[in-house]
Design a protein around this ligand. Structure first.
Ligand code: ADP
Ligand code: MG
Length: 253
């Protein structure tokens, strides 16, 4: 499934936070959304996962305008991992992941062996199977993040939207999370902080500044010192990393 926003503008408290943003995620692509703090990434993502309604522009899932798709259908097509999920109910880890199955069920449907199999599989993918019975509220930030990723995977959607999914994670789980996400074979749209991640993981990137899409393209085609200066207001040098052989950004004081 493709996701497209066309000229999306979003106002909050009378202020335009996103201005005519047009982005596209093609089926199977890993697409990064970059930009400084406050540039509108989370706000644009919220309009795609239907928490905010744009004042102008349109959002399409394939060729269908989002508002023509019933909410439960949206949840079968698109799963979300947000930045600050405050799920502090006394649910067990496995119960949280099982919630990911609910878009596939009617109200009183029972959980099936298939549901439990999917839950186990998804917990295994994020390396959390061993903590299935723990209370979610007792987990560390990074562990919570991985459980929420497992819940999104259990939704079995064709697209995944993630808002800074590696924020609370230490290096090992940052890399593990990015590897899991990249190997999903589904469309992924993720807001990310670290531009170096673009070279390593993204097929395509959109760079936001002050609510606008300032640049877009393949990371190696568009991320250069001038773009970084313009968008982030810092000097940098891009060099070939001698170990990974990928482009790498050194930020200068
Ligand atoms: P990013 O995710 O790129 O850091 P956000 O989309 O979270 O940026 O925020 C963009 C801007 O919108 C910020 O300046 C933020 O303060 C502002 N903003 C976010 N939510 C609201 C709101 N409910 N009312 C007014 N301004 C908001
Ligand atoms: Mg954000």
């Amino acid at each position: 499934m493709d996701i497209t926003t066309k000229g999306v503008s979003i106002k909050l408290s009378g202020k335009e936070i996103v201005h005519e943003a047009s982005i596209r995620v093609r089926g199977g692509q890993m697409v990064g959304l970059f930009g400084p703090n406050g540039s509108g990434k989370s706000t644009l993502l919220k309009s795609i996962y239907r928490v905010l309604k744009p004042q102008a522009g349109e959002i399409l899932f394939d060729d269908i305008p989002l508002e023509q798709i019933p909410r439960q259908e949206t949840a079968k097509k698109l799963a979300v991992v947000t930045q600050f999920t405050t799920l502090n109910f006394e649910f067990k880890v496995s119960e949280i992941v099982l919630m990911g199955r609910s878009p596939h069920k009617k109200l009183l449907d029972k959980d099936t062996p298939e549901d439990f199999r999917i839950v186990r599989e998804c917990l295994e993918k994020v390396n959390m199977l061993g903590l299935s019975d723990r209370k979610f509220s007792t987990l560390s930030g990074g562990e919570k993040q991985r459980v929420l990723l497992a819940r999104a995977l259990a939704q079995e959607t064709s697209v995944l939207v993630l808002d800074e999914p590696t924020n609370h994670l230490d290096i090992k789980y940052q890399l593990q999370t990015m590897e899991i996400i990249r190997n999903l074979n589904k469309g992924v749209l993720l807001a990310l902080h670290d531009l170096n991640m673009a070279f390593r993981y993204c097929d395509y990137v959109f760079i936001m500044k002050d609510g606008r899409v300032e640049a877009h393209g393949k990371p190696e085609d568009i991320i250069d010192e001038a773009l970084i200066r313009n968008v982030y207001e810092v000097e940098s040098r891009i060099y070939e990393n001698p170990v990974t052989h990928l482009p790498s950004i050194a930020f200068l004081p």
